[in-house]
Design a protein around this ligand. Structure first.
Ligand code: GDP
Ligand code: MG
Length: 441
């Protein structure tokens, strides 16, 4: 697919800002990629519409094509959609013993995942964990969990024949309290499809233990079915997160995007095999790369951006070393400050600037001030920016009026520019290595 895209993109080499056409052309390919990755059609559509809006007009990094730039924007947006508010790997299991309910269709990987999570909690968080199987439907289901428990060194609730799931859940709760467990995981019975009787059973169990987490385990390869399952379980039981299993397979993982977009539930873990260690915290960037299948393009654009930033920093540094610091430079610095959320960033990085930083802070220098100063610079002609010494009384009046400010404001700005230019000159003499040690931007 990347190759096919390469072909399309080679033809689009216009630089500057992304036009509607650039975006639309690239998005056709993105759409194919999303659908091939098994993202559901409405989700793919909605996603593309949102990204098209964002991408149109965005800047194109030098030495990449507009098409490649679009892919990078799509990739970043995918990550944004896939990323939830919280750390996906951290289950809410304070207040021991915390009940965790595992739900899902039969064969989705519930029992395996229950044991994987138990192992993780035990080993990574030092929790004392109890597991209980509520699966009275399938013969040997309870033994399966017991065997896994022995294998990973985690206790399982002793099996009592003839008990119903609610009774087992009650016993697990009691046992967890008495035994001083931090957390108990309830592995429920599977179902082949959404089935009223079994749903009612899970609901009854939920009401007995009031789980801190209800994790839906779904086969990531089933794509849209997985999303459908999630919607159903969430509507009926209420889920707090999703585990996508079989992500070690060939599937491109589009279910993850649909899942987030449709249910809004966080994906917590992905299963990557049958072994007990084959469970990873959900990593949005990894899945995004996989869904899009264009990792090489994303890497290329990132690289180009890095190179460009380094070139810009280099150019600036050379000018500074020669003691050149005009209004364009000052504007760049001011904009950088805004981007970094205020004063601290830039000046702190520059040796010898601490004093000026202090002065500016004392003068109540904040974002509004920075924006007003940028407005003043914008009101200057190209010539004036390059050579602020040109600014005599009449020009000053014009510039200040143009920015809706007083000449005294402009004078302050000019003073600042002169101070900076002087400081740069001194630094330039001090030697080439000492300047801008922390890198520019
Ligand atoms: P349950 O019916 O939902 O409890 O599913 P099981 O935990 O019994 O798993 C069904 C099968 O899927 C077993 O053979 C597991 O080893 C396998 N399985 C579970 N998770 C994964 C996974 O992430 N990757 C792969 N390849 N197999 C898995
Ligand atoms: Mg099972």
């Amino acid at each position: 697919l990347s190759e096919r895209l390469g072909g399309v993109f080679d033809r689009l080499t216009k630089q500057g800002a992304l036009s509607e056409d650039d975006v639309r052309t690239a998005m056709r390919e993105v759409r194919v990629a999303l659908l091939e990755a098994d993202v559901s059609l409405p989700v793919a559509r909605q996603f593309i519409k949102a990204v098209e809006k964002k991408a149109t007009g965005a800047a194109v990094t030098k030495s990449v094509t507009p098409g490649q730039q679009v892919i990078k924007i799509v990739h970043d947006e995918l990550i944004a959609v896939l990323t939830g508010d919280e750390d996906p790997g951290r289950l809410k299991i304070d207040n021991p013993p915390a009940p965790v309910l595992m739900v899902g269709l039969q064969g989705g990987g519930k029992t395996t995942t229950t044991a994987k999570i138990a192992k993780r909690l035990k080993e990574r968080e030092g929790k004392k964990v109890l597991m209980a199987s509520l699966d009275v439907n399938r013969p040997a289901a309870m033994e399966q969990l017991a065997i896994l428990g022995t294998q990973i060194g985690v206790d399982t609730l002793p099996i009592v024949k003839g008990e119903d799931p609610v009774a087992i859940a009650r016993r697990a709760k009691t046992q967890a309290s008495l035994g001083g467990y931090d957390v108990y995981l309830l592995d429920t019975a599977g179902r082949l499809s959404i089935d009223e009787e079994l749903m009612a059973q899970v609901e009854a169990v939920r009401d007995v233990v009031t789980p801190r987490e209800t994790l839906l385990v779904v086969d990531g390869l089933t794509g849209q079915d997985a999303v459908h399952t999630a919607e159903n379980f969430d509507a009926r039981i209420g889920i707090s997160g999703v585990v996508l299993t079989r992500m070690d397979g060939d599937g491109r993982g589009g279910a993850a995007l649909s899942m987030r977009a449709i249910t809004g539930k966080p994906i917590r873990f992905v299963g990557l095999g049958e072994k007990m260690d084959a469970l990873e915290t959900f990593e949005p960037s990894r899945i995004a790369g996989r869904i899009l299948g264009m990792g090489d393009i994303v890497a290329l654009v990132e690289k180009a951006q890095e190179v460009l930033e380094a070139e810009q920093a280099e150019r600036m540094m050379k000018r500074f070393q020669k003691g050149q610091f005009n209004m364009n430079d000052l504007k760049a610095q001011l904009e950088q400050m805004l981007k970094m959320g205020g004063m601290q960033g830039m000046m702190a990085m520059m040796p010898g600037m601490a004093k000026m930083q202090k002065q500016m802070e004392d003068a109540g220098f904040d974002d509004t001030v920075i924006k007003r100063q940028i407005a003043l610079i914008n009101s200057m002609t190209k010539k004036e920016r390059a050579n602020p010494d040109l600014l005599q009384a009449s020009r000053k009046k014009r510039i200040a009026a143009g920015a809706g400010q007083d000449v005294s404001d402009l004078n302050k700005l000019l003073k600042m520019q002169r101070q900076m230019a002087d400081a740069m000159k001194k630094l330039g003499k001090m030697g080439k290595k000492g300047l801008l040690r922390g890198g520019l931007g």
